[in-house]
Design a protein around this ligand. Structure first.
Ligand SMILES: CC(C)(COP(=O)(O)OP(=O)(O)OC[C@H]1O[C@@H](n2cnc3c(N)ncnc32)[C@H](O)[C@@H]1OP(=O)(O)O)[C@@H](O)C(=O)NCCC(=O)NCCS
Length: 301
């Protein structure tokens, strides 16, 4: 008789079990198997939650929201079909789910390949030490920009929607998203810098500070103001702020095919330290590599 049970829902205590499971995976794999959106879903109960228990003990978890799933299996319980059971249950009930695989790990690649999934999107993680960034300044002055106040919310959202018009998640950021994040650990309105022009936000740099690591959370410039160095000036201003807070390293995630952004970061002392892949079932990828459908995920880095 199989000791494996797979069931939907988040019974009392499950969120803590899942956090422990994710911490075990992070320890073994060197990368967190859940992203910010999944952590928010776990905290608020939104999205789909599927638990795998072995003799009552939580050994696997899968969650999905907005057309994309994340799944993880305890390091000591891998290669026994638990990942397969989670995937089969989830995609059996919700066909067409994509999968996130953080860190570009071998087991995830093997798993995805076995079940006929191929990467359709790559997020690159980049990092810079503060001295490496400072070395690229070469005497360039650092400008100061006003910080966010609630009165700037609409102007910020307008700029964000224009700057990320083609970005699946960031372009859809709402007032509630901004407020929820500003109330979360690591965020401070004093670390969200706005460049104003003619009463509008032309660009912004939203930083995150989780000691000792700083993050370029979102950097966006309105297309009408792009190509004139505003992105670099905002980047420098936010990095100077993070350095003043005590950051020694700053990280960020960027779409691998966003050439202007990856170039800006590469010339500001950042280098690639990891990659996250979004996989899709081969039959659902349209010719030319374009997604066969346009689903939005909640993830944003
Ligand atoms: C990926 C992961 C969920 C697989 O869970 P699992 O329970 O070990 O997977 P299964 O036992 O069901 O394996 C199914 C198949 O996946 C492939 N696979 C699994 N682990 C693999 C590995 N280390 N190397 C190569 N292929 C692997 C194999 O084809 C395997 O079939 P086989 O054992 O008959 O050869 C697990 O390794 C994990 O939690 N990794 C960290 C989180 C992560 O990367 N999630 C993203 C998933 S896309």
């Amino acid at each position: 008789m199989s000791a494996l049970e797979v069931a939907y829902g988040l019974p009392p205590g499950a969120a803590a079990d899942i956090s422990r499971l994710a911490a075990d995976c992070t320890g073994a794999d060197g990368v967190d198997p859940l992203n910010e959106a999944a952590r928010l879903g776990l905290a608020t109960g939104t999205g789909t939650h599927l638990l795998a228990r072995w003799d009552g003990r939580v050994v696997g978890y899968a969650t999905s929201d907005g057309g994309v799933a994340q799944l993880l299996v305890a390091p000591a319980y891998r290669r026994q079909g638990i990942g397969t059971a989670l995937l089969r249950t989830l995609t059996g009930d919700t066909p067409g789910l994509d999968l996130w695989a953080f860190g570009g790990l071998e087991p995830a690649a093997g798993f995805a390949q076995k079940y006929g999934y191929a990467p359709v999107r790559e997020l690159r993680q980049m990092a810079a030490t503060v001295p490496a960034w400072q070395a690229t300044l070469a005497g360039r002055p650092i400008e100061s920009f006003p910080a966010y106040t609630p009165a700037a919310l609409d102007a910020l959202l307008t700029c964000n929607a224009r700057a990320f018009a083609t970005h699946p998640e960031q372009g859809a950021m709402t007032a509630a998203d901004v407020q929820q994040r500003l109330a979360s650990p690591g965020f401070d309105p004093a670390g969200l810098f706005l460049a104003w022009a003619d009463g509008k936000v032309a660009g912004f740099h939203w930083t995150k500070w989780e000691p000792p690591v700083g993050e370029v959370y979102v950097l966006g410039v309105d297309p009408a103001a792009a190509g004139r160095g505003l992105g670099r000036r905002l980047l420098d201003a936010g990095l100077a702020y993070l350095a003043a807070q005590g950051a020694t390293t700053v990280r960020l995630w960027v779409e691998a095919d966003n050439f202007p952004a990856t170039t800006l970061y590469a010339t500001s002392g950042f280098s690639v330290v990891g990659r996250d892949l979004r996989y899709r079932e081969l039959g659902r990828i349209a010719p030319g590599g374009q997604p066969a459908d346009q689903r939005r995920s909640e993830e944003d880095q």
